[in-house]
Design a protein around this ligand. Structure first.
Ligand SMILES: Cc1ncc(C[n+]2csc(CCOP(=O)(O)OP(=O)(O)O)c2C)c(N)n1
Ligand code: SF4
Length: 298
């Protein structure tokens, strides 16, 4: 009897509209922008074409962070502000997996601001989708770091007194290598930006304007539509200085530029860690070096 194992000959089936759809129904408020983000990511994943068991969605805490429940991929609903820390660890441990992080502006830029900064500068190979509704939705309407200056919320009855963080500017200046902005009122654009982000090797940051209709009703889809403009056709996203100028102009003129703001190719965190590993040839060499260091202090 032959000892050769027969491998299955059938090709893995192509993803369909059912592949990534979770069995749990999304539980957001009727009209929440996050529904549209969910549908667009589903479409982007179908086009991307990886089997569901090779994808993990990691989130923090918030309405938008409920994402992993609603998709049929691996998922990790972690701790408030810690999505990027968990996603970074997962990507380093299992570099072959596609890791997507999702969450809200509070999760990303308030409690998670520290992790945001370092994940961007490390160029971790992740796709990070931030659903920016300019409010804390889950905890019923407190000001977020992206809330406009002077905005009255439950936690700021006399208006906010801190200038807002622009997530696109933050990602751009902190070192992300793919930066795009999109909006839940334009599902085709969203799906395209997500797919481009998934295909990019390195930190892909996609800011997604996604209204909270319950606790920030003034910033609904009509507001975001009226305050958005497509990135000009002649914008060269590989030109970093041009990207900085574009975002500064948008800040001065109070609009959201929609499209790819910046893209460049650089070694990822895993590449850099791999290079260091290669330099430390043998376990014995590592041991000797550690012993030398310890001798200095003991
Ligand atoms: C350590 C910790 N602090 C505070 C909270 C309470 N909390 C839960 S979600 C949230 C903010 C959610 O806002 P955002 O991240 O913008 O997401 P959204 O709900 O708007 O999608 C806060 C403050 C928590 N769960 N854990
Ligand atoms: S509270 Fe706001 S962010 Fe949360 S589900 Fe409702 S509309 Fe969406």
């Amino acid at each position: 009897m032959s000892s050769t194992t027969t491998m299955p000959t059938s090709e893995p089936s192509k993803p369909s509209r059912k592949t990534y759809k979770g069995s749990e129904r999304a539980t957001w408020c009727a009209g929440c922008g996050d529904y549209s983000v969910l549908a667009a990511l589903d479409r982007a994943l179908i086009a991307y074409g990886r089997p569901e068991e090779e994808i993990t969605i990691v989130s923090g805490i918030g309405c938008s962070s409920r994402f992993p429940f609603f998709m049929n991929t691996y998922g990790f609903h972690s701790v408030h502000g810690r999505a990027l820390a968990v996603a970074t660890g997962l990507k380093l441990a299992r570099p072959e997996i596609t890791v997507i992080a999702t969450g809200g502006d509070g999760d990303a830029l308030a409690i998670g601001g520290n992790h945001f900064f370092h994940a961007m500068r490390r160029n971790v190979d992740l796709t990070y989708i931030l659903m920016d509704n300019q409010i804390y939705g889950m905890t019923k309407g407190q000001a977020a770091p992206t809330s406009e200056l002077g905005m009255k919320t439950k936690s700021t009855p006399y208006g906010t007194f801190e200038p807002p963080v622009d997530p696109v500017w933050a990602a751009l200046t902190m070192g992300a290598t793919f930066i795009a902005q999109t909006a839940s009122h334009d599902p085709n654009h969203m799906a395209e930006m997500f797919l481009r982000g998934l295909e990019h090797r390195g930190m892909s940051f996609i800011n997604c304007l996604s209204p909270c209709v319950t606790f920030n009703a003034g910033m609904d889809r009509e507001y975001f539509k009226a305050h958005s403009r497509p990135v000009p056709e002649d914008h060269d996203p590989t030109d970093y200085d041009a990207a900085l100028r574009l975002v500064r102009e948008a800040q001065r003129e109070h609009y959201f530029p929609l499209g790819i703001i910046h893209v460049r190719h650089e070694p990822t965190l895993a590449d850099r860690v791999g290079e260091i590993r290669e330099k430390l040839h043998t376990a014995a060499q590592q041991k000797n070096e550690i012993e030398e260091i310890v001798k200095e202090f003991v």
